[in-house]
Design a protein. Structure first.
Length: 419
Protein backbone atom coordinates (compact mmCIF):
# COMPACT_ATOMS: atom_id res chain seq x y z
CA UNK A 1 0.00 0.00 0.00
CA UNK A 2 1.17 3.50 -0.79
CA UNK A 3 0.47 6.67 1.23
CA UNK A 4 -2.02 7.75 -1.45
CA UNK A 5 -4.14 4.64 -0.87
CA UNK A 6 -7.00 6.23 1.00
CA UNK A 7 -10.53 5.76 -0.27
CA UNK A 8 -13.81 7.55 0.25
CA UNK A 9 -16.05 4.50 0.55
CA UNK A 10 -16.37 1.82 3.26
CA UNK A 11 -14.94 -1.68 2.91
CA UNK A 12 -17.20 -4.66 3.53
CA UNK A 13 -16.06 -7.89 5.18
CA UNK A 14 -18.44 -10.85 5.15
CA UNK A 15 -17.64 -13.19 8.01
CA UNK A 16 -15.75 -12.80 11.26
CA UNK A 17 -13.96 -16.12 11.53
CA UNK A 18 -10.18 -16.55 11.37
CA UNK A 19 -9.65 -14.79 8.05
CA UNK A 20 -12.47 -12.29 8.62
CA UNK A 21 -11.19 -11.12 11.99
CA UNK A 22 -7.58 -10.91 10.86
CA UNK A 23 -8.65 -9.06 7.71
CA UNK A 24 -10.29 -6.53 10.02
CA UNK A 25 -7.02 -6.20 11.96
CA UNK A 26 -5.06 -5.79 8.73
CA UNK A 27 -7.39 -3.19 7.25
CA UNK A 28 -7.51 -1.16 10.45
CA UNK A 29 -3.69 -1.09 10.38
CA UNK A 30 -3.71 0.09 6.76
CA UNK A 31 -6.22 2.88 7.44
CA UNK A 32 -7.12 2.94 3.73
CA UNK A 33 -10.90 2.92 4.24
CA UNK A 34 -12.82 5.46 6.35
CA UNK A 35 -15.17 2.76 7.64
CA UNK A 36 -15.25 -1.03 7.72
CA UNK A 37 -18.59 -2.83 7.67
CA UNK A 38 -18.43 -6.38 9.01
CA UNK A 39 -21.33 -8.72 8.39
CA UNK A 40 -21.44 -11.32 11.16
CA UNK A 41 -24.82 -12.48 9.90
CA UNK A 42 -26.17 -13.63 13.26
CA UNK A 43 -26.46 -12.54 16.88
CA UNK A 44 -23.30 -13.25 18.90
CA UNK A 45 -22.63 -13.10 22.62
CA UNK A 46 -24.74 -10.95 24.89
CA UNK A 47 -23.93 -7.61 23.32
CA UNK A 48 -21.60 -5.70 21.02
CA UNK A 49 -19.11 -5.65 23.90
CA UNK A 50 -18.71 -9.43 23.60
CA UNK A 51 -17.98 -9.10 19.89
CA UNK A 52 -15.43 -6.39 20.67
CA UNK A 53 -13.85 -8.73 23.23
CA UNK A 54 -13.48 -11.37 20.49
CA UNK A 55 -12.01 -8.87 18.03
CA UNK A 56 -9.51 -7.49 20.53
CA UNK A 57 -7.91 -10.80 21.58
CA UNK A 58 -6.36 -13.61 19.57
CA UNK A 59 -4.86 -16.83 20.89
CA UNK A 60 -2.28 -16.90 18.09
CA UNK A 61 -1.36 -13.26 17.55
CA UNK A 62 -2.07 -11.71 20.94
CA UNK A 63 -3.86 -8.39 21.56
CA UNK A 64 -4.99 -6.10 18.77
CA UNK A 65 -3.38 -3.00 20.30
CA UNK A 66 -0.02 -4.79 20.52
CA UNK A 67 -0.33 -5.80 16.88
CA UNK A 68 -1.00 -2.21 15.90
CA UNK A 69 1.38 -0.29 18.17
CA UNK A 70 3.58 -2.66 20.17
CA UNK A 71 3.30 -4.30 23.57
CA UNK A 72 3.35 -1.00 25.50
CA UNK A 73 0.20 0.27 23.75
CA UNK A 74 -3.19 0.69 25.39
CA UNK A 75 -6.41 -0.94 24.15
CA UNK A 76 -7.72 0.67 20.96
CA UNK A 77 -11.41 -0.32 20.83
CA UNK A 78 -13.76 2.45 21.95
CA UNK A 79 -17.10 4.21 21.40
CA UNK A 80 -19.29 1.11 21.45
CA UNK A 81 -22.86 1.93 20.36
CA UNK A 82 -25.11 -1.09 20.85
CA UNK A 83 -28.13 0.45 19.12
CA UNK A 84 -26.18 1.48 16.02
CA UNK A 85 -23.94 -1.60 16.07
CA UNK A 86 -20.82 0.53 15.74
CA UNK A 87 -17.48 0.89 17.48
CA UNK A 88 -14.10 2.43 16.76
CA UNK A 89 -10.83 0.57 16.44
CA UNK A 90 -7.83 2.88 16.70
CA UNK A 91 -10.08 5.65 15.42
CA UNK A 92 -11.47 3.69 12.45
CA UNK A 93 -15.25 3.31 12.47
CA UNK A 94 -16.44 -0.30 12.35
CA UNK A 95 -20.07 -1.26 11.84
CA UNK A 96 -21.13 -4.81 12.79
CA UNK A 97 -24.19 -6.30 11.08
CA UNK A 98 -25.90 -9.19 12.87
CA UNK A 99 -28.98 -10.04 10.86
CA UNK A 100 -28.56 -11.47 7.34
CA UNK A 101 -26.43 -14.45 6.33
CA UNK A 102 -27.51 -14.51 2.68
CA UNK A 103 -25.20 -12.08 0.82
CA UNK A 104 -28.09 -10.84 -1.35
CA UNK A 105 -29.91 -9.58 1.75
CA UNK A 106 -27.05 -7.72 3.44
CA UNK A 107 -27.71 -4.36 1.81
CA UNK A 108 -24.18 -3.25 1.00
CA UNK A 109 -25.43 -0.55 -1.36
CA UNK A 110 -27.40 1.41 1.23
CA UNK A 111 -24.27 1.45 3.43
CA UNK A 112 -22.08 2.78 0.64
CA UNK A 113 -19.96 -0.39 0.45
CA UNK A 114 -18.59 -0.89 -3.05
CA UNK A 115 -15.96 -3.57 -2.33
CA UNK A 116 -16.52 -6.71 -0.21
CA UNK A 117 -14.03 -9.28 1.07
CA UNK A 118 -15.90 -12.60 1.32
CA UNK A 119 -14.29 -14.68 4.10
CA UNK A 120 -16.93 -17.20 5.19
CA UNK A 121 -15.65 -19.98 2.93
CA UNK A 122 -19.25 -20.85 2.08
CA UNK A 123 -19.88 -18.91 -1.13
CA UNK A 124 -17.26 -20.15 -3.58
CA UNK A 125 -19.11 -20.90 -6.81
CA UNK A 126 -18.62 -17.94 -9.18
CA UNK A 127 -21.41 -19.21 -11.43
CA UNK A 128 -24.07 -19.66 -8.74
CA UNK A 129 -27.15 -17.51 -9.26
CA UNK A 130 -27.42 -14.38 -7.14
CA UNK A 131 -30.98 -15.42 -6.22
CA UNK A 132 -29.92 -18.82 -4.81
CA UNK A 133 -31.95 -19.13 -1.58
CA UNK A 134 -28.90 -20.61 0.18
CA UNK A 135 -26.82 -17.60 -0.80
CA UNK A 136 -24.07 -17.09 -3.36
CA UNK A 137 -21.04 -14.91 -3.96
CA UNK A 138 -23.01 -13.04 -6.63
CA UNK A 139 -25.47 -12.11 -3.94
CA UNK A 140 -22.97 -9.47 -2.82
CA UNK A 141 -23.31 -7.83 -6.23
CA UNK A 142 -27.10 -7.99 -6.02
CA UNK A 143 -26.84 -6.33 -2.59
CA UNK A 144 -25.06 -3.33 -4.09
CA UNK A 145 -21.35 -4.19 -4.06
CA UNK A 146 -19.40 -3.61 -7.26
CA UNK A 147 -16.46 -5.96 -6.58
CA UNK A 148 -15.96 -9.05 -4.42
CA UNK A 149 -12.66 -10.58 -3.29
CA UNK A 150 -13.03 -14.20 -2.18
CA UNK A 151 -10.59 -15.52 0.44
CA UNK A 152 -10.54 -19.08 -0.96
CA UNK A 153 -10.28 -20.89 -4.28
CA UNK A 154 -13.41 -21.05 -6.40
CA UNK A 155 -15.43 -24.28 -6.24
CA UNK A 156 -17.90 -24.72 -9.07
CA UNK A 157 -20.79 -27.09 -8.41
CA UNK A 158 -21.33 -27.67 -12.12
CA UNK A 159 -17.85 -28.37 -13.47
CA UNK A 160 -19.16 -28.67 -17.04
CA UNK A 161 -20.50 -25.11 -17.04
CA UNK A 162 -18.34 -22.40 -18.66
CA UNK A 163 -16.30 -20.30 -16.26
CA UNK A 164 -17.87 -16.84 -15.82
CA UNK A 165 -15.92 -14.19 -17.75
CA UNK A 166 -16.23 -11.70 -14.88
CA UNK A 167 -14.40 -13.98 -12.40
CA UNK A 168 -10.65 -14.58 -12.06
CA UNK A 169 -8.14 -16.18 -9.68
CA UNK A 170 -5.03 -14.15 -8.85
CA UNK A 171 -2.02 -14.28 -6.58
CA UNK A 172 -0.37 -10.92 -5.91
CA UNK A 173 3.18 -10.80 -7.25
CA UNK A 174 2.49 -13.68 -9.66
CA UNK A 175 -0.49 -12.85 -11.88
CA UNK A 176 -2.00 -9.98 -9.94
CA UNK A 177 -1.94 -7.77 -13.04
CA UNK A 178 -4.26 -10.16 -14.87
CA UNK A 179 -7.12 -8.52 -13.01
CA UNK A 180 -9.04 -6.30 -15.44
CA UNK A 181 -11.19 -3.71 -13.65
CA UNK A 182 -13.37 -3.30 -16.73
CA UNK A 183 -14.25 -6.99 -16.86
CA UNK A 184 -13.72 -8.72 -13.52
CA UNK A 185 -16.17 -8.34 -10.66
CA UNK A 186 -15.37 -11.45 -8.60
CA UNK A 187 -11.73 -12.19 -7.71
CA UNK A 188 -10.49 -15.26 -5.87
CA UNK A 189 -7.27 -14.71 -3.93
CA UNK A 190 -6.68 -18.49 -4.13
CA UNK A 191 -5.51 -20.08 -0.86
CA UNK A 192 -2.64 -19.68 1.55
CA UNK A 193 -0.97 -22.81 0.17
CA UNK A 194 -1.44 -21.83 -3.48
CA UNK A 195 -0.06 -18.38 -2.69
CA UNK A 196 3.13 -19.82 -1.20
CA UNK A 197 3.45 -22.48 -3.89
CA UNK A 198 3.02 -19.98 -6.73
CA UNK A 199 5.87 -17.86 -5.35
CA UNK A 200 8.04 -20.99 -5.18
CA UNK A 201 7.30 -22.30 -8.69
CA UNK A 202 7.33 -19.07 -10.68
CA UNK A 203 11.05 -18.26 -10.11
CA UNK A 204 11.99 -21.77 -11.24
CA UNK A 205 9.89 -21.54 -14.40
CA UNK A 206 11.23 -18.06 -15.15
CA UNK A 207 14.84 -19.18 -14.66
CA UNK A 208 14.88 -22.63 -16.27
CA UNK A 209 11.74 -22.75 -18.43
CA UNK A 210 8.74 -25.02 -18.09
CA UNK A 211 10.15 -27.30 -20.78
CA UNK A 212 13.01 -28.43 -18.55
CA UNK A 213 10.73 -29.38 -15.67
CA UNK A 214 9.84 -33.05 -16.16
CA UNK A 215 7.55 -33.24 -13.13
CA UNK A 216 6.92 -31.64 -9.75
CA UNK A 217 5.16 -32.50 -6.54
CA UNK A 218 4.53 -30.86 -3.21
CA UNK A 219 3.35 -31.71 0.25
CA UNK A 220 2.24 -29.05 2.67
CA UNK A 221 2.74 -29.62 6.37
CA UNK A 222 -0.18 -27.43 7.34
CA UNK A 223 -1.36 -25.95 10.62
CA UNK A 224 -4.83 -26.75 11.88
CA UNK A 225 -7.89 -24.86 10.65
CA UNK A 226 -11.23 -24.15 12.28
CA UNK A 227 -12.89 -26.87 10.18
CA UNK A 228 -11.22 -29.50 12.38
CA UNK A 229 -12.73 -30.57 15.73
CA UNK A 230 -10.97 -30.22 19.06
CA UNK A 231 -12.21 -33.68 20.06
CA UNK A 232 -13.32 -36.66 17.99
CA UNK A 233 -16.88 -36.38 16.68
CA UNK A 234 -19.40 -38.41 14.72
CA UNK A 235 -19.10 -37.80 10.95
CA UNK A 236 -21.87 -35.90 9.24
CA UNK A 237 -24.28 -37.82 7.03
CA UNK A 238 -22.73 -38.71 3.67
CA UNK A 239 -19.20 -37.61 4.58
CA UNK A 240 -16.58 -40.19 3.59
CA UNK A 241 -13.33 -38.76 4.99
CA UNK A 242 -13.41 -40.00 8.57
CA UNK A 243 -10.07 -38.35 9.41
CA UNK A 244 -11.62 -34.89 9.33
CA UNK A 245 -13.64 -35.83 12.40
CA UNK A 246 -10.61 -36.69 14.53
CA UNK A 247 -9.13 -34.43 17.20
CA UNK A 248 -6.87 -31.72 15.83
CA UNK A 249 -5.03 -31.56 19.15
CA UNK A 250 -3.80 -35.14 19.14
CA UNK A 251 -3.17 -36.20 15.56
CA UNK A 252 -1.22 -35.77 12.37
CA UNK A 253 -4.01 -35.96 9.80
CA UNK A 254 -3.68 -36.76 6.11
CA UNK A 255 -5.97 -34.63 3.99
CA UNK A 256 -6.26 -33.09 0.55
CA UNK A 257 -5.43 -29.74 -1.04
CA UNK A 258 -6.70 -28.03 -4.17
CA UNK A 259 -3.42 -26.18 -4.63
CA UNK A 260 -2.52 -28.05 -7.83
CA UNK A 261 -5.69 -26.99 -9.63
CA UNK A 262 -5.52 -23.41 -8.41
CA UNK A 263 -1.84 -23.15 -9.35
CA UNK A 264 -2.67 -23.85 -13.00
CA UNK A 265 -5.01 -20.86 -12.96
CA UNK A 266 -2.34 -18.40 -11.79
CA UNK A 267 0.65 -19.91 -13.67
CA UNK A 268 -0.60 -21.24 -17.05
CA UNK A 269 2.75 -23.00 -17.75
CA UNK A 270 1.87 -25.45 -14.96
CA UNK A 271 -0.60 -27.07 -17.37
CA UNK A 272 2.45 -28.45 -19.21
CA UNK A 273 4.05 -29.92 -16.08
CA UNK A 274 2.90 -33.15 -14.39
CA UNK A 275 2.16 -32.00 -10.86
CA UNK A 276 0.63 -33.50 -7.74
CA UNK A 277 -0.11 -31.89 -4.37
CA UNK A 278 -0.75 -33.44 -0.97
CA UNK A 279 -1.44 -32.08 2.52
CA UNK A 280 -0.81 -33.14 6.10
CA UNK A 281 -2.44 -31.30 9.01
CA UNK A 282 -0.48 -30.99 12.25
CA UNK A 283 -1.42 -29.72 15.76
CA UNK A 284 -0.18 -26.12 15.50
CA UNK A 285 -2.32 -22.97 15.23
CA UNK A 286 -0.46 -21.42 12.29
CA UNK A 287 2.86 -21.58 10.48
CA UNK A 288 3.02 -24.06 7.60
CA UNK A 289 5.67 -25.54 5.32
CA UNK A 290 5.74 -26.65 1.68
CA UNK A 291 8.15 -29.39 0.61
CA UNK A 292 8.50 -28.92 -3.13
CA UNK A 293 10.18 -31.59 -5.27
CA UNK A 294 11.06 -30.66 -8.86
CA UNK A 295 12.66 -32.90 -11.49
CA UNK A 296 14.71 -31.03 -14.11
CA UNK A 297 16.12 -32.35 -17.37
CA UNK A 298 19.74 -31.34 -17.66
CA UNK A 299 21.01 -29.84 -20.92
CA UNK A 300 24.06 -31.43 -22.58
CA UNK A 301 27.07 -29.20 -22.13
CA UNK A 302 25.13 -26.77 -19.98
CA UNK A 303 25.63 -25.83 -16.36
CA UNK A 304 24.12 -28.29 -13.92
CA UNK A 305 21.13 -27.27 -11.84
CA UNK A 306 22.72 -27.83 -8.46
CA UNK A 307 21.94 -26.53 -4.97
CA UNK A 308 23.86 -23.31 -5.51
CA UNK A 309 22.03 -22.62 -8.79
CA UNK A 310 18.60 -23.20 -7.24
CA UNK A 311 19.35 -21.00 -4.24
CA UNK A 312 20.72 -18.31 -6.53
CA UNK A 313 17.42 -18.28 -8.41
CA UNK A 314 15.44 -17.73 -5.23
CA UNK A 315 17.89 -15.23 -3.78
CA UNK A 316 17.66 -13.13 -6.94
CA UNK A 317 13.87 -13.49 -7.15
CA UNK A 318 13.53 -12.40 -3.51
CA UNK A 319 15.60 -9.28 -4.20
CA UNK A 320 13.29 -8.43 -7.11
CA UNK A 321 10.05 -9.49 -5.40
CA UNK A 322 7.38 -6.76 -5.34
CA UNK A 323 6.48 -5.76 -1.78
CA UNK A 324 8.80 -8.48 -0.43
CA UNK A 325 6.32 -11.26 -1.18
CA UNK A 326 9.16 -13.77 -1.62
CA UNK A 327 11.95 -13.99 0.95
CA UNK A 328 15.11 -16.02 1.05
CA UNK A 329 16.61 -17.17 4.33
CA UNK A 330 19.43 -19.35 5.61
CA UNK A 331 18.60 -18.76 9.27
CA UNK A 332 17.46 -22.32 10.10
CA UNK A 333 13.93 -21.26 10.98
CA UNK A 334 11.29 -23.22 12.84
CA UNK A 335 7.58 -22.65 12.24
CA UNK A 336 7.04 -20.12 15.05
CA UNK A 337 9.75 -17.88 13.59
CA UNK A 338 7.61 -16.98 10.59
CA UNK A 339 4.32 -16.31 12.39
CA UNK A 340 3.16 -12.78 11.65
CA UNK A 341 6.02 -11.98 9.26
CA UNK A 342 4.33 -9.30 7.11
CA UNK A 343 3.58 -9.92 3.45
CA UNK A 344 5.87 -12.93 3.19
CA UNK A 345 3.97 -15.21 0.81
CA UNK A 346 6.88 -17.65 0.94
CA UNK A 347 10.12 -17.80 2.88
CA UNK A 348 12.60 -20.09 1.15
CA UNK A 349 14.70 -22.06 3.64
CA UNK A 350 17.86 -22.03 1.55
CA UNK A 351 19.93 -23.98 4.07
CA UNK A 352 17.77 -27.03 3.39
CA UNK A 353 17.73 -26.96 -0.43
CA UNK A 354 18.98 -30.30 -1.77
CA UNK A 355 19.71 -31.54 -5.30
CA UNK A 356 20.78 -34.89 -6.76
CA UNK A 357 21.67 -35.60 -10.38
CA UNK A 358 21.47 -39.06 -11.91
CA UNK A 359 20.83 -40.66 -15.28
CA UNK A 360 17.32 -41.92 -15.96
CA UNK A 361 16.85 -44.72 -18.49
CA UNK A 362 14.17 -44.19 -21.15
CA UNK A 363 13.04 -47.04 -23.41
CA UNK A 364 12.14 -45.38 -26.71
CA UNK A 365 10.28 -48.51 -27.80
CA UNK A 366 7.72 -47.78 -25.12
CA UNK A 367 7.23 -44.14 -26.07
CA UNK A 368 3.84 -43.84 -27.83
CA UNK A 369 4.16 -42.64 -31.42
CA UNK A 370 7.94 -42.83 -31.59
CA UNK A 371 8.84 -44.03 -35.14
CA UNK A 372 9.93 -47.66 -35.22
CA UNK A 373 12.38 -46.99 -38.06
CA UNK A 374 14.10 -44.33 -35.97
CA UNK A 375 14.52 -46.83 -33.15
CA UNK A 376 15.89 -49.43 -35.57
CA UNK A 377 18.58 -46.98 -36.68
CA UNK A 378 19.86 -46.61 -33.14
CA UNK A 379 22.40 -48.96 -31.54
CA UNK A 380 19.95 -49.40 -28.63
CA UNK A 381 16.39 -48.29 -27.85
CA UNK A 382 17.55 -47.31 -24.37
CA UNK A 383 18.42 -43.63 -23.85
CA UNK A 384 20.04 -42.27 -20.71
CA UNK A 385 18.91 -38.78 -19.64
CA UNK A 386 20.63 -36.71 -16.95
CA UNK A 387 17.93 -35.64 -14.47
CA UNK A 388 18.33 -33.44 -11.41
CA UNK A 389 15.89 -33.69 -8.55
CA UNK A 390 15.64 -30.62 -6.32
CA UNK A 391 13.96 -30.43 -2.92
CA UNK A 392 13.00 -26.92 -1.80
CA UNK A 393 11.40 -25.84 1.48
CA UNK A 394 9.09 -22.84 1.74
CA UNK A 395 7.60 -21.49 4.97
CA UNK A 396 4.35 -19.50 5.16
CA UNK A 397 2.16 -18.11 7.90
CA UNK A 398 -1.13 -19.47 6.58
CA UNK A 399 -3.15 -16.84 8.48
CA UNK A 400 -2.10 -13.25 9.19
CA UNK A 401 1.55 -13.02 8.13
CA UNK A 402 1.19 -14.43 4.64
CA UNK A 403 -2.34 -14.90 3.40
CA UNK A 404 -4.26 -12.10 5.12
CA UNK A 405 -1.62 -9.50 4.19
CA UNK A 406 -1.72 -10.69 0.57
CA UNK A 407 -5.52 -10.63 0.66
CA UNK A 408 -5.38 -7.07 1.95
CA UNK A 409 -3.03 -6.03 -0.82
CA UNK A 410 -5.43 -7.56 -3.35
CA UNK A 411 -8.39 -5.64 -1.93
CA UNK A 412 -6.50 -2.34 -1.84
CA UNK A 413 -5.21 -2.82 -5.40
CA UNK A 414 -8.77 -3.36 -6.63
CA UNK A 415 -10.06 -0.33 -4.72
CA UNK A 416 -7.27 1.74 -6.25
CA UNK A 417 -8.69 1.08 -9.73
CA UNK A 418 -12.32 1.82 -8.83
CA UNK A 419 -13.50 5.19 -10.17
Amino acid sequence: MTPSDTFSFPLGINGLGRIGKLTLWDQVARRAFPEIVVNLGRPAGRSLADIAHYIERDSTYGRLHAFLHGHRANPVISDLDEAAGTLRIDGVKVRVLREKRNPAEIGWGRLGVRLVVETTGKFLDPAADEADPKGSVRGHLAAGAEKVVVSAPFKAKDKSAPFPPDAITTVMGVNGNDYDPRRHRIVSAASCTTTCLAHMMKPLIDAFGAGRILSASMATVHAATSSQPVLDRVPEAGKGDLRKNRSVLNNIILTTTGAANALRLVIPQMKEIPFIAESVRIPTTTGSLILLVVNFQEEPGGARIDRAAVNAVFRRAAEESPEGYLRYSEEQNVSSDIIGLPRAAAIIEGSETHTRTAEACLDLAKVPGFPAQAIAALPSPMVRLPVTQAVIYGWYDNELGSYVHMLGDRAVSIARLMP
